[in-house]
Design a protein around this ligand. Sequence first.
Ligand code: FAD
Length: 346
Amino acid sequence: MNPPPLASSPSAAVIGAGIAGLACARALADAGWRVRVFEKSRGPGGRSATRRSDSGSFDHGAQYFTVRDATFGRTVAAWAADAVVAPWSARVVSLEGSRATPIDAAARERQVGVPGMSALGRALSRGLDLAFECTIVRAARDPAGWRLDAACAPGPAPRGLPERWDWLVCAAPSPQSAALLAEVPSLAADVAARTMVPCWALMVDFQPHPDTGWDAAFVDDPRVAWAAREASRPGRPPGFRWVVHATSAWSRDHLEDDPAHAATRLLEAFRERSGITAPAPAVRAHRWRYARPDDALPTLPERSLLDAAARAGACGDWAGGGRIEDAWLSGRALAARVLDAANAGR
Ligand SMILES: Cc1cc2nc3c(=O)[nH]c(=O)nc-3n(C[C@H](O)[C@H](O)[C@H](O)COP(=O)(O)OP(=O)(O)OC[C@H]3O[C@@H](n4cnc5c(N)ncnc54)[C@H](O)[C@@H]3O)c2cc1C
């Protein structure tokens, strides 16, 4: 446990409690900074999310993660020791027409949060100062620092916080971060250039059905990209709950559809491809407007964007890669750059 930061310590406001924002906040807090994370939803994790239902949970955003980087690997090992994550040994196939081809089991191990993907956000936020249900609508800069205008759920006003923050970290999806960085136009333009694509997610709870022979599939289809059976993941209750992700192209074409309409269309497509005919009493769809960075974008060399003179930076999976590990690395990279810049400015 770190000692509490002094009132004279540098301060940073972090907007967004996804994996990137939490990783950045953690590193700054570990360096003794006063840090607060502002999050518009009710809990941490962002797109690494879990939706509860009467019959069990749905990981309707990120499905699993893999590890390439050694530093991230050490964090994941600590999560595994705390039973926050576990390997997911699913029967994963590539589904082309009606042919299901198993995907190499010797590939990188797939890890999932336990009992849901939102466990990662909870683990990363431990010990941090977070304000949930607090949407930042504007960030303004004056000589005394950054001031945030927020629309927050009613509750006692936080005490002992600076009115002005020395540094601003935007850790929302790139279009949302770009809007918040309007006072630093060149940084905002660089963030806005990191475009993102949408994804509709279907959550369907079937009545009992015969085994399809696979737990998860990369689907070769213009509508459906991926499907996974929730109960195949460690720590989930049994059942016939599936998450189905639409392709980026289908999601873009149907972006403004009513969720009930999108759910019906995706269910039809999934039934066609999986052969599951069992009744589905509970079906709903979630629109991820900013699901992943555009594939065509190369990874930024510094995995983040920073304007040291303006004392503002931005991080997220959109800096390159588009995966949980990339979001974590981006948050850590930005924290290291902010600490260097702050030390150099002393
Ligand atoms: C459908 C889908 C499937 C995926 N599958 C995988 C996968 O299998 N494996 C994998 O590794 N990755 C996957 N990903 C990607 C993974 O989820 C992301 O890379 C990662 O979660 C991004 O983290 P982040 O912190 O950059 O952003 P986010 O998780 O988007 O966090 C940003 C946070 O900022 C908050 N916010 C935004 N604006 C404001 C505001 N004005 N004020 C306050 N808070 C704000 C948001 O509510 C959010 O919590 C998937 C993503 C989606 C959507």
